[in-house]
Design a protein around this ligand. Structure first.
Ligand SMILES: NC(=O)c1ccc[n+]([C@@H]2O[C@H](COP(=O)([O-])OP(=O)(O)OC[C@H]3O[C@@H](n4cnc5c(N)ncnc54)[C@H](O)[C@@H]3O)[C@@H](O)[C@H]2O)c1
Ligand SMILES: O=C(O)CCC(=O)CC(=O)O
Length: 353
């Protein structure tokens, strides 16, 4: 076995159907008494439910979370937290809402209790992202790692099927890149393989019947594992491409991950053969890149960047940006191969090694 370093990150996870009932107990355990509840506008009703559960321990609701945490929204939410004297943030929703909680925590150190309702995985990471003047900056800071996470599969039943599939593949992407991470370790690899297996078996069942609790539970369990991998080890080419396409071309987050992943894996396949074996084993297929492509295709997810708002004339620029400030990657980045990768992803072609 190769030498490795593993640093565990402190977060408390409560998992199970009906786990939300433990919310007040968990807020008490954090020593908090004045929670600011965060959500997107679309999930205002869920935020209200959280505030009702907390009773006098909720001091307000901020329901303006949006994707990629614009600095203006972060400033507004920070000001509301200060004015209300909040001593913790409760974020109910996906990566956008949890990201807003992180923006508050970064400045104030307020602890976050996260209640994830998608599979994006932000709740398990010390990664923050803030967008200022059209540029998204990300970084790692343990102050933003949610102190407590309540995973209640019942809350993900309302996640539309399309977003469930793309969000699930977004989670798989964390695990897949974790398997060839430059700072990977055997514990994260175990979690990565188990996470990919749990999500890939859940997605077809969710597509068939979106409120199937066993599948929702499997998917959320997989999201926890994959998010943990994202939080502990560095990501590579796939995440760099998605950050480029999302940050500079405003493409939707989960869909972009879904389309790019098979191509990024094909690019890295020869340089990371052990990772490919483990991804394929988890997916129960022969080829990891093809298996991811088919997981998306057979579950109704988009497979072409041209179908989610990318313009063909921007592919050269995307390639240039992706070559700047490179993330460590098993295979060195070669411009012509990367440009071809982007073309294949744009066209929706099957992945090519
Ligand atoms: N920092 C990190 O570690 C990290 C990790 C992953 C993603 N992210 C960030 O998170 C954002 C994307 O997060 P996301 O993909 O979870 O999407 P999201 O949080 O933007 O949610 C997408 C939409 O789905 C709605 N929604 C969420 N859960 C729902 C449910 N159960 N039922 C009905 N509607 C629901 C939301 O209100 C929103 O309208 C991006 O900005 C991405 O960069 C950060
Ligand atoms: O955009 C961020 O906040 C970082 C997200 C990240 O690295 C995971 C992802 O792209 O899904």
């Amino acid at each position: 076995m190769k030498p490795f370093i593993y640093t565990a990150q402190p977060s408390r996870v409560i998992f199970g159907n009906g786990a939300l009932a433990q919310l007040s107990e968990e807020i008490n355990a954090m020593g908090a008494k004045k929670a600011l509840v965060l959500s997107t506008p679309e999930q205002r009703a869920s935020a209200q439910k959280i505030a009702d559960l907390l009773g006098s321990h909720a001091v307000g609701i901020f329901d303006r979370a949006v994707m990629h945490v614009p600095i203006e929204t972060a400033r507004e939410a920070r000001a509301v937290a200060r004015q209300l004297g909040a001593d913790c943030a409760v974020a109910i929703g996906g990566g956008s809402t949890i990201g807003l909680g992180k923006a508050i925590a970064m400045e104030s150190g307020l602890p976050i209790l996260a209640i994830p309702t998608t599979y994006a995985g932000s709740e398990m990471t010390p990664i923050f992202g803030i967008t200022e003047a059209g540029i998204k900056k990300t970084g790692r800071d343990l102050r933003v790692l949610p102190r407590t996470v309540i995973y209640d599969p019942e809350l993900s039943q309302s996640l539309p099927v399309g977003l469930s599939v793309t969000s699930g593949i977004n989670a798989i992407a964390h695990a897949a890149e974790g398997l060839y991470a430059v700072d990977g370790n055997p514990i994260m690899s175990l979690m990565a393989e188990e996470g990919i297996a749990a999500i890939s078996r859940a997605l077809p069942q969710i597509r068939q019947q979106s409120d199937q609790m066993a599948a929702r539970s499997d998917a959320l369990y997989g999201a926890w594992l994959c998010g943990t991998v994202l939080g502990h080890v560095g990501m590579a080419l796939h995440h760099k491409l998605c950050h480029t396409l999302g940050g500079s071309f405003n493409l939707p987050h989960a869909e972009t991950h879904t389309i790019v992943l098979s191509h990024a894996l094909a690019y890295n396949a020869k340089a990371a053969p052990q990772a490919m074996v483990r991804i394929a084993r988890a997916l129960q297929v022969d080829s990891a890149p093809q298996g991811i492509y088919e997981l998306a295709l057979h579950n109704g997810a988009p497979v072409a960047l041209k179908d989610i708002g990318m313009r063909e004339q921007d592919l050269d620029k995307a390639c240039d940006i992706a070559l700047q400030n490179q993330y460590p990657n098993p295979r060195p980045l070669e411009r012509s191969a990367l440009r071809q990768l982007l073309q294949n992803a744009f066209d929706g072609a099957p992945p090519q090694a």
